[in-house]
Design a protein around this ligand. Structure first.
Ligand code: NPW
Ligand code: K
Length: 465
């Protein structure tokens, strides 16, 4: 996992470095990293560097100077001025300064555009002349390497302001919110996080990576059997929504449980004919999943009370989220989407949309349980206040039933003994990674059927480390 830091976190950390190590040259370290990545993306050919007035531009100018040793480098002062010492270095190294028209014309031959206009000091959006340049870059498909972040984005949010669209972003010390949440994260391309000697501040916000999923996945050992691997009970679905039972079972089974018991109100024959390994008899379970596809079941409160009396961690999804008891069993997980979270907190949906991380954290604190806020960006908030953003996937998973399979998968992971936050991070990330590796409009149960291959591949790679 990586810590996510805001612009002000980073500024405070950088100031500390400057006060403790006067004269330290962070900019040249940043420039070295940009040059290394630029050479990988575009080993030869002319480079156009769009430069802004601040230190982000300074990074770009020193990188331009280094690249000019063996290729044509054109420098465009996109805001009219640039970092003085960096500009001197670029001039000395033979970079050619161009105006907006020449920068745009030169795109036809360019192998790479380096966006060093604005970084963490930038205000969101782009002036008209830069927006036109970005349109030209996009139209010609020239690869873009963004320095720190694609200029135009707001460092601290996922909002889709007019901005560069990078193929790769080289950022320093830690990912910022714009790299990992919302539509902004889609503009960053591949993210390379470089250590330039600025210590990563403790923010309590993290982003999960595929390697975390691989390392934390509960792989059975030589002496494992079905009860040690974990038995998950599903009280999901109903006669009105029998499909939810199948979707929950699909998610739970394909995440690798020791056993799935189906204890809900959908026709048992339906479940067993589709999933013959699912056991219909009640008995011992190590975790329960409740609520998906309940609709307005008359005995919902009794069902929840019965599950609570087992004293095992619960995944409470969908309709069970409107019945939250005062005391949830330790290790329980709530899996609302934004609308459900708004209802849980008694606020409007737009308030959740405006501050999804804050609202997920508020709910975790209020209900004393881990909260997985589902959506394009998935937040896992714990009662202690930490928030982890799950691995992001394509929007193919935005469809009815995805939440039911996800709740099933999280139930399997809780039954395996994982803490609720790990179970949520792994379940949500697994679904996203699977959708990335098997893109297309697969229904949620079909997508879940690819989980085993993806898990096996992830775990195999982890074994080799
Ligand atoms: N600190 C360090 O040690 C290190 C920092 N590093 C690098 O520095 C970057 C941060 O540098 P920074 O603080 O100079 O801010 P930066 O993003 O270059 O922009 C500020 C300038 O842009 C202007 N401006 C802003 N928005 C605008 C707009 N929409 N339209 C037009 N103008 C706009 C703004 O003008 P003002 O607001 O003052 O009017 C100001 O002149 C960071 O991202 C990283 O790349 C690395 O070298 C590692 C070491
Ligand atoms: K930039």
């Amino acid at each position: 996992m990586r810590t996510v830091a805001t612009a002000s976190h980073l500024r405070a950390a950088e100031e500390k470095v400057f006060s403790e190590q006067p004269g330290v040259d962070l900019m040249s370290r940043a420039a070295d990293a940009i040059v290394s990545v630029a050479r990988v993306i575009a080993p030869s050919g002319p480079v156009v560097v769009a430069v802004g007035p601040g230190n982000n531009g300074g990074d770009g100018l020193y990188a331009a100077a280094a690249l000019a040793g063996d290729r044509d480098v054109l420098v465009w002062l996109a805001m009219g001025t640039g970092h003085e010492a960096g500009l001197h270095a670029a001039d000395e190294a033979g970079c050619r300064q161009v105006d907006a028209a020449e920068a745009t014309e030169s795109l036809t031959d360019a192998s790479l555009v380096i966006d060093a206009v604005l970084g963490i000091g930038g205000r969101a959006g782009l002036p008209e002349h830069l927006a036109m340049f970005v349109d030209a870059v996009d139209a010609l498909g020239v690869p873009v390497l963004a320095v720190d972040l694609p200029s135009g984005l707001d460092t601290d949010s996922g909002a889709a302001h007019p901005s560069f669209r990078a193929d790769c972003t080289v950022t320093f010390a830690a990912p910022k919110p714009c790299h990992v949440v919302g539509e902004a994260s889609e503009r960053c391309g591949d993210l390379v996080v470089v250590d330039i000697g600025v210590p990563v501040p403790d923010t309590g916000v993290f982003v999960a990576e595929e390697s975390d999923v691989a390392r934390w996945w509960p792989v059975p050992g030589p002496d494992s059997h079905k009860y040690t691997r974990g038995v998950v009970g599903l009280d999901t679905g109903s006669s009105h929504y029998p499909g939810a039972a199948l979707l929950g079972c699909a998610g739970a089974l394909h995440a690798g449980p020791g056993m799935v018991r189906y204890l809900g109100g959908a026709p048992q024959g339906l479940v067993v004919s589709r999933f013959p390994s699912v056991v219909m008899a009640d008995g011992r379970v190590q975790a329960m999943v409740l609520g998906s596809g309940w609709g307005d079941l008359e005995d919902a409160a009794e069902r929840l009370a019965g599950a609570l009396s087992r004293g095992v961690p619960l995944v409470l999804d969908a309709d069970a989220l409107s019945l939250l008891p005062a005391d949830l069993p330790p290790g329980s997980l709530l899996t609302p989407h934004a609308g459900e979270l708004a209802r849980m907190l008694g606020v409007q949906r737009h308030e959740v949309d405006a501050d999804p991380m804050g609202k997920a954290r508020e709910a975790a604190s209020r209900f004393g349980a881990t909260v997985l806020l589902k959506g394009g960006t998935q937040y896992v908030a714990t009662p202690s206040g930490t928030v982890t953003i799950a691995v992001r996937g394509p929007a193919w998973t935005g469809q009815a039933g995805s939440g039911d399979t996800l709740a099933g998968a999280c139930g399997t992971l809780l039954a395996a003994g994982l803490e609720a936050d790990r179970a949520a991070i792994l379940g949500a990330s697994l679904q996203a990674i699977t959708a990335s590796r098997h893109p297309g409009p697969h229904p949620p149960d079909v997508l879940a059927s690819f989980f085993p291959d993806v898990i096996a591949d992830l775990v195999d790679v982890a074994d080799l480390r």
